[in-house]
Every structure is written in structure tokens, then in C-alpha cells.
Design a protein. Structure first.
Length: 403
């Protein structure tokens, strides 16, 4: 029966896994529906160019600092409770967007959204990993990523079209409705995702140690892996931010709006068709393949003169950044063990947040200060840097003894 077996404990898809996947889709769809509208909405509310950037980035900045805390909490309490809190914050933020009176109000709403984003992203991934048998971890996290990919394709399409038909404020209420659906799906999951016991028998004679340590908010063994993935994320998020401006400035005749839907569809197909390969091949195999595909994607965008190269670049980037995302996340859980999977996921997402922050910043510096033909060639340097870091920290990324 392939990845599905008669033993319920060994099945890849169970009722609870399916419900968490629905919640994952709603989480990302609600986010991706609103995010592409932020710059235009803040401009309509009177924001300047710099303030437009701050509105767009406020959520990511808050999420960067909140994710390690959320990861720690997810290993100490019920995942259902934390996801419900995150979903409620999503709902509050979406309604707040619809009634915001100015850019400052919008920034505060984005900060609330950032806290909810941190709770949901870490806890949903951790919850999913706890529901999966360890031998299906790669395939299961690939399906988790598939829900994100679907939402990345559908969310922006709904948001942009709805904004054209009913305006910004009513469109954000659609995002709120999706957040409510996420709450509903979470409440129907049987396994609430309670913390995994560490196996250590507590000694009543020992006082509880509540001192702050790095390990309480971050998994040090996952940091090298997270930084390697950050170097994949930087070119991706720079492309997400500057592709439209880059195409216009270079006077390239392409339908740039096709890039991200094609990317999402290609990633969905790859994650479904390659799900067994995720469990069969090690991280080094994917590091080789994904870095080559990432370089090829950036090369396509550099030589882009028409839609063919644009779409080929989108497909190759799905095989580079997109596939690497699933592989890195499952490897983070394997390195840290299920008992610390929440903090491991928080550390993994810190790499994404850094890439999401540094990509646009570096892209802006390059876009403003170098000849545009050098834009993508310079981003190609991220891959040799990723390999240098990977080779220097391979002993941490490939532990000799997994928990």
C-alpha cells in the first residue's frame, strides 16, 4: 500500500493530519491574501514610500523575535491552544486592517498579525511533526509544505481580484473569514498536541531551574542548518520583492504576474511526486540538487527576454528554494528530536525570517547602486556561501546519533 499501511499509527494521512493540513492552508491563505495588498493599502491611507516598506515588514520583524518564544511554548503546552491563540490574533488583525484609519494603525495591526504568524507557523509545523511516524517525516512535512504552496497560489489571486471588485476593506474581511475556518478545523483535531515527555524522571529534591538559556528559545544544533537555508531564502525573497521592478527597469516584455502561480503549482507537483524520495535520500543529496536548481533559476531570470525563461525560472526556483524548504524543516526535527521539535521549528523559521528581511534589503541596495545586469549574478554568490557554511558545519547537520 506504499506509504499508507493498515496500522493506524504508521499511516501517513490520518483524520488529525488532514485537519491540521486544512488549518495550515487557511493560515497561509489568510496571510497571502492580505500581504500583497499592504503596500497599496498603506499608500491609500497616506503612507510615504519608507512607511509603506515599514508597514509591509512589520509583521516579519515581530515574527522573527516571537518565533523562538512560540517554539519554546509549543514544547511546553498544547499545540491546539497556541494555534487557537494565533488564529484569534489573525482574526483580530484582519478586522483591524478593514477599519484602520491610517498607516500607524496599520503598523500596529501588522504587529499583532506578526505574533499570530509566529504562533501558527511554529505550532502547526510542530503539531504536524508530532502526528507523523518518524519514518514518514519527510513525506509528511512535504505535504505540509504542499498546503503552503496551494495557499501561495490561491491566496494572492483571491486577494488581488477581490480588491479590484470590492475594495481593500471588504477584502480583509475575507481574510478574517478564512482565519475563522482555521479555528474551526483546529478544534476538531482529536490529538491536541500535548508536549512530548523527555523521558527524564523529575527529582522532587531538585529545585526547578527556570533560568533563561539559549536552549530555551533556540535549538543550537539546528542553527547551522537554519543559516544554510537562509542563504537560499535571500535570493527568493529578493525576487519576490523586486521582480516586477526589475522587469520594468530592464524593459523586458513578460507576463510577470505568472511567476508566483507557476512557482506554486510546480512546487505542489514536486512535493506530491517526490514525497517518497524525501524519506529515501539524505540532506546532502538535496543540498546538491537544490543548489544547482537555484543557480539555474537565477540564471534564467538574468537571461530573461520572454515568458519562456520567466516560467522556467519559476519552475527551477520551486525545485531549488521550495523543495529545500521541506527538506530543511524535516531535517531540523530529526536533528533535535520530537521532544524539542517546537524549538527546532522555531529555529528553522528564524532562517526564513532572516532571509525574508535580508533579501529585500540586499535587493534594494543592489537595485539602487549597481547596473541591473549584475543583479541576479551577484545573488548567485549565495549558493557558494551556502556550501561553504554547510561543509564547515556538516557534523551538526548530519548528527551521528539521531534522537
Amino acid at each position: 500500500m506504499g506509504t499508507l499501511t493498515k496500522n493506524n499509527d504508521e499511516r501517513l494521512i490520518t483524520r488529525d493530519v488532514a485537519l491540521v493540513m486544512i488549518a495550515t492552508f487557511c493560515f497561509m491563505a489568510s496571510n497571502m491574501l492580505a500581504t500583497p495588498l499592504m503596500a497599496g493599502y498603506s499608500e491609500e491611507l497616506g503612507a510615504s514610500g519608507v512607511l509603506m516598506g515599514l508597514v509591509s515588514g512589520a509583521m516579519t520583524i515581530v515574527a522573527l523575535f516571537c518565533r523562538p518564544i512560540a517554539g519554546n511554548l509549543s514544547d511546553r503546552t498544547s499545540k491546539r491552544m497556541l494555534v487557537a491563540v494565533g488564529s484569534a490574533l489573525y482574526l483580530v488583525a484582519s478586522v483591524w486592517y478593514s477599519i484602520a484609519s491610517g498607516p500607524v494603525s496599520l503598523i500596529v495591526a501588522r504587529m499583532v498579525n506578526g505574533v499570530g504568524f509566529a504562533c501558527c507557523s511554529v505550532c502547526l509545523a510542530t503539531w504536524m511533526s508530532m502526528l507523523l511516524p518518524i519514518r514518514h517525516m519527510g513525506a509528511g512535512m512535504g505535504l505540509y509544505g504542499t498546503m503552503n504552496a496551494l495557499a501561495m497560489a490561491i491566496g494572492p489571486a483571491i486577494g488581488i481580484k477581490a480588491q479590484q471588485l470590492i475594495g481593500y476593506r471588504h477584502t480583509f474581511l475575507i481574510s478574517a473569514a478564512i482565519a475563522m475556518l482555521m479555528v474551526a478545523s483546529v478544534l476538531f483535531v482529536h490529538d491536541g498536541g500535548n508536549p512530548v515527555a523527555s523521558g527524564k524522571v523529575p527529582n522532587p529534591a531538585e529545585p526547578l531551574n527556570r533560568r533563561f538559556t539559549i536552549r530555551s528559545v533556540m535549538e543550537p544544533r539546528v542553527v547551522p542548518l537554519s543559516l544554510v537555508f537562509m542563504l537560499f531564502a535571500i535570493p527568493y525573497f529578493a525576487t519576490q520583492t523586486f521582480l516586477v521592478s526589475y522587469v520594468a527597469a530592464r524593459h523586458v516584455t513578460v507576463e510577470v504576474s505568472l511567476f508566483f502561480p507557476v512557482y506554486a503549482i510546480a512546487l505542489l507537483i514536486m512535493r506530491i511526486t517526490l514525497r517518497d524520495l524525501f524519506d529515501e535520500k539524505d540532506f546532502r543529496f538535496f543540498m546538491r540538487v537544490c543548489s544547482l536548481l537555484m543557480l539555474a533559476a537565477l540564471l534564467c531570470l538574468d537571461f530573461m527576454r520572454g515568458d519562456v525563461m520567466l516560467l522556467l525560472g519559476a519552475i527551477l526556483m520551486a525545485g531549488g528554494y521550495g523543495v529545500m524548504s521541506s527538506v530543511t524543516q524535516s531535517q531540523a526535527v530529526i536533528i533535535a528530536g520530537k521532544a524539542r521539535s517546537g524549538i527546532a521549528n522555531g529555529t528553522y523559521y528564524a532562517g526564513i525570517d532572516l532571509g525574508m528581511s535580508l533579501g529585500p534589503v540586499i535587493g534594494g541596495l543592489l537595485y539602487a547602486n549597481i547596473p541591473l545586469p549584475w543583479f541576479y549574478p551577484l545573488f548567485m554568490l549565495a549558493m557558494p556561501l551556502a556550501w561553504a557554511l554547510y561543509l564547515a558545519t556538516a557534523n551538526h547537520i548530519h548528527p551521528s546519533r539521531q534522537e
